[in-house]
Ligand binder design. Structure first.
Ligand SMILES: NC(=O)c1ccc[n+]([C@@H]2O[C@H](COP(=O)([O-])OP(=O)(O)OC[C@H]3O[C@@H](n4cnc5c(N)ncnc54)[C@H](O)[C@@H]3O)[C@@H](O)[C@H]2O)c1
Length: 309
């Protein structure tokens, strides 16, 4: 089976590439290296440096004829989406439509789409939110991610496209960019290892649902054969506050420090966690990595990275 992974040089995409290669699949990576890194790309994958917005993407589909497309390329910065909606729409909506059009034209058997659960449901009254919760994003990023979900269902009806949507909670783990705007686990770990004082936006009571990269990879592998034309929350259902995750990491690293505080940033919700009962029932997927284990593994990874650099 040949799998084309967009965003395969990024945090989540590169782990998915590794998992497919480990299982003996043929993998093609498409990435423009805007936030991803060449060093993340598995040496056994074929790599094309190109934007998903580029019309020349069709030549790669022509040449490679992938069976499956796993679409992870996106601009992921919520704040940037608020500051520059046209950039966000170009990368996340038009880029995705270019991928979707090519899937239809080249008879791709299935498209797996990385959506968001954290930025889709808005301010939920009683978390965890299930897939039937109202879609009320509070950022342009959430809106663009959902727009693509709508197009997927339209293309399924118009052209018989087969897809699975995975709505992730806050994903964390090795290779997450610690210099990005998203990914607080990686950011805090890097800052604490560098003896910097991390900043919590707000008073520390905002809550998020943290899901391990390894659980996310598993959901992608299962989706190769399951979950036809459905959307699934991929989270733990557990809310962890900003202060709790900070304390968790501080304890794991073994330092004593208090965070700085700054005003909450626009486009962020106060509380979110995801109910993944549907994924458990229909995909047989459930989270396996406990937060303490996952954070410990991520700390070890960043310690090794720091030692090497
Ligand atoms: N990290 C999370 O917590 C999270 C949560 C929900 C959804 N997601 C989704 O998962 C996907 C991957 O996120 P990530 O955390 O790995 O981010 P990332 O920034 O590490 O990965 C994104 C990758 O896409 C590439 N890319 C960006 N724009 C591109 C373009 N126009 N053409 C080609 N490549 C492009 C980047 O270079 C990068 O390698 C995204 O679609 C994101 O919306 C992530």
């Amino acid at each position: 089976m040949k799998i084309l992974v967009t965003g395969g040089a990024g945090f989540i995409g590169s782990h998915i590439v590794d998992a497919h290669i480990k299982k003996g699949e043929e993998v093609v990576v498409v990435d423009n290296i805007s936030t991803g890194f060449r060093k993340n790309i598995n040496s056994k994958a074929k790599f094309y440096e190109i934007s998903v917005t580029d019309k020349a993407l069709s030549k790669i589909f022509d040449k490679e004829k992938p069976d499956i497309v796993n679409h992870h390329a996106a601009q992921i910065d919520v704040r940037k989406s608020v500051q520059d909606v046209f950039f966000d729409v170009k990368q996340n909506v038009l880029g995705s439509l270019n991928v979707i059009e090519n899937c239809v034209k080249h008879d791709v058997k299935k498209l797996i789409y990385a959506s968001t659960g954290g930025a889709l449901y808005g301010e939920v009254k009683n978390p965890p939110a299930d897939e039937n919760s109202p879609i009320l994003p509070v950022s342009n990023y959430g809106a663009s991610k959902y727009a693509v979900e709508v197009y997927l269902s339209v293309y399924a009806k118009l052209y018989g496209l087969n897809y699975t949507i995975l709505r992730y909670a806050n994903v964390y783990g090795p290779r997450q960019n610690p210099f990005g705007e998203a990914g607080v686990v990686a950011i805090f770990i890097r800052q604490l290892l560098a003896n910097e004082q991390p900043t919590i936006f707000g008073d520390g009571s905002k809550t998020r649902d943290y899901i391990s990269i390894f659980d996310v990879v598993e959901a992608n592998v299962i989706s190769l054969t399951k979950g036809e034309n459905e959307a699934y929350n991929i989270g733990t259902g557990i809310e962890t506050s900003d202060k709790e995750i900070f304390d968790f990491i501080v304890k794991e690293i073994g330092v004593e420090i208090e965070p700085k505080h700054a005003p909450v940033r626009p486009g962020e919700v106060n509380h979110i966690s995801l109910d993944s009962a549907k994924a458990k029932m229909e995909l047989g997927w459930e989270p396996k990595v406990f937060l303490d284990e996952g954070v410990a593994e991520t700390v070890t990874y960043f310690k090794n990275v720091c030692n090497k650099s």
